[in-house]
Write a new protein. Structure first.
Lengths: 293, 280
């Protein structure tokens, strides 16, 4: 029991760190209604690291054991930066097609070209599976520490400038803002978001990161409008889902990332039901009050 | 050369058929602004197929397709229901959650089916190369029926998609047409996903019409141009995949997608030049 607990400790901590920062970014993303930009960015980052695999195989980049991971991360950042640039350029009213169409096409192209690249090598199916669901169970303590430091730095940065980031997000759909230089803060938001996405996808896989980003933030949207409470609610729901998901995946011998995603979905369902019950109670309360008067 | 052509003739025919029906639907989808609904629906259709497999039915049997249809209809109904309520979270987030949970569930089920992770790859890349003439004929008849329905109601469908001036009919008439539209749409998706895969379906829906919409707003011109672009892209993509020895669906997706990006940048550049020359 203790051995398995030790074994599960690193994935569990990694999940908690990821959820903590993802809930925060998720609230931003949902307020901005740019839900799918993150899955597209994550997929493009994964395409970058797949492309670096090819470069290593072709001996364009000389293979050193220590540097392989660095070159993968570097390519992931490069692809992400390119994609962010393309999205910014193509967000143009003159084009007559919605930005979502472009994001969607980018996602489709990135996924299928990653499949083309990975299919060429041996064990393609396994690589595709890893790309989607990640290798959360095999996360090392070094990776957890690295994740923690990056999340801490970016979290502190966002904490100090929280008012600015909030103002930029809340004014995303209107043309006027009350802060100076909204473009700069928008860029800083995407820049930090991109760093987190690249680091998170390397640990959790595309699908897990997407679920962490959207589902806890959606759950918290039902109960509160204050950001700090929303983050706490999201963290609570995410923590429960992670514990039960990891436990069940260990007991039933199924992969852990999809199990955690399913438990997050169950949490969302429970949240919807609780919200419904609260509404019912309030309604009954009002009815009885009206009868009294 | 002739042998290769014979071998590729069925896949090329079916991809032309898919391009025909999907680029038509794409015009409606793009105008309605529900871009990601089809990737969610396609994923759910694939999930339905997997559940059918898990229950022990043969792949492509009637039972499996029935389960796939039921799943798709449930999801479409869910979208319709959540749309009418007061919005706490945006519609896009619901679509995203459904897609994500659908894919996650598919990955869990894949562990339980022999060769399951192969199946995940197959839903991404599709199965174009191994399509039989029987299936081509079946698809053709299905798409013909849907096409005839849409030919009869073409004016009404365009009216309910283009709601800038408010609803054109009474509420219940509009809802009936909506239902007819969504049912034909999901039948086409359920038929198309096992053949082409989730991403080919998505790209054939969005990319040709996006390319056409860049240059014209007229419905008739958009239909014609998206058909031309879709069919040309499929045939060319098939040729490229054959010469470079890569899977065919991904090569069509990449070709069409990259084309849209080039056209979009080209249009922006052309407009820049125009404004500069006007200033001069």
């Amino acid at each position: 029991m203790t051995a398995s607990l030790n074994f599960m400790m690193a994935p569990f901590l990694a999940c908690l760190i990821l959820i903590f920062i993802m809930v925060y970014f998720g609230i931003h993303v949902i307020e901005r209604e740019i839900i799918f930009i993150d899955i597209a960015l994550a997929q493009i980052a994964a395409l970058g690291s797949a492309a670096s695999l090819v470069l290593v195989n072709l001996n364009v980049v000389t293979r050193h054991n220590g540097h392989e991971h660095d070159s993968r991360t570097f390519m992931a950042y490069l692809f992400c930066l390119l994609a962010a640039g393309i999205f910014t350029l193509l967000k143009n009213k003159k084009l007559k097609i919605p930005l979502e169409a472009i994001i969607g096409i980018a996602y489709a192209v990135a996924t299928t070209s990653a499949v083309i690249i990975l299919d060429k090598g041996a064990g393609g199916d396994v690589h595709i599976h890893d790309m989607l669901a990640g290798t959360l169970l095999w996360v090392s303590w070094n990776q957890v520490l690295r994740l923690f430091v990056i999340v801490l730095v970016i979290g502190l940065f966002h904490y100090f400038f929280r008012e600015k980031f909030k103002a930029v997000t809340l004014a995303y759909h209107s043309d006027e803002t009350n802060i100076a230089r909204p473009g700069l803060w928008d860029f800083l938001f995407y820049f930090t978001f991109g760093i987190i996405i690249v680091e998170a996808v390397a640990v959790g896989g595309i699908l897990t990161v997407f679920a962490f980003l959207i589902i806890p933030a959606s759950i918290s949207a039902f109960f509160s409008k204050r950001w700090i409470i929303r983050i706490l609610i999201g963290l609570l729901a995410g923590g429960i889902a992670t514990i039960s998901g990891l436990y069940l995946s260990w007991v039933m011998d199924v992969p852990c990332s999809p199990t955690i995603i399913l438990f997050l979905a169950v949490c969302l369902l429970i949240a919807v039901i609780i919200k419904g019950i609260i509404k019912c109670i309030r309604f009954l309360h009002q009815m009885t009050r009206q009868e009294k008067y | 050369m002739l042998d290769n052509l014979l071998f590729l003739s069925a896949p090329i025919t079916v991809s032309v058929l898919l391009a025909g029906i999907l680029s038509y639907f794409g015009n409606h989808i793009l105008s309605r602004g529900i871009i990601f609904i089809d990737i969610a629906v396609a994923q759910i259709a694939a999930l339905g197929t997997m559940i059918g497999l898990l229950l022990g039915f043969a792949e492509e049997s009637l039972n499996v397709q029935l389960i796939s249809y039921i799943f798709t209809v449930i999801i479409i109904a869910l979208f319709a229901l959540t749309k009418s309520r007061k919005q706490v979270i945006p519609q896009e987030a619901i679509i995203g959650i459904i897609y994500c949970v659908g894919l996650g569930l598919a990955m869990l089920l894949a562990e339980k089916i022999p060769g399951g992770s192969n199946f995940i790859t197959k839903t991404i890349t599709g199965n174009l190369l191994w399509v039989t003439w029987d299936k081509v004929l079946y698809c053709f008849i299905m798409f013909l029926i849907i096409g005839i329905i849409h030919l009869i109601f073409r004016k009404q469908f365009i009216m309910i998609t283009d709601t800038r001036n408010g609803l054109p009919y009474t509420l219940w008439r509009t809802r009936t047409y909506e239902l007819l539209f969504y049912i034909t749409f999901s039948v086409a998706i359920v038929k198309a996903v096992p053949v082409g895969g989730v991403f080919l379906v998505f790209t054939l829906l969005i990319a040709p019409t996006a390319a056409a919409t860049l240059f014209t707003q007229n419905w008739k011109k958009r239909f014609i141009w998206s058909w031309i672009i879709g069919v040309l892209g499929s045939v060319l993509g098939m040729y490229i995949s054959y010469t470079l020895d890569i899977s065919n669906a991904p090569s069509i997706v990449t070709l069409l997608g990259v084309t849209v990006f080039f056209l979009a940048f080209g249009k922006l550049a052309a407009q820049k030049f125009k404004t500069i020359s006007i200033k001069k």
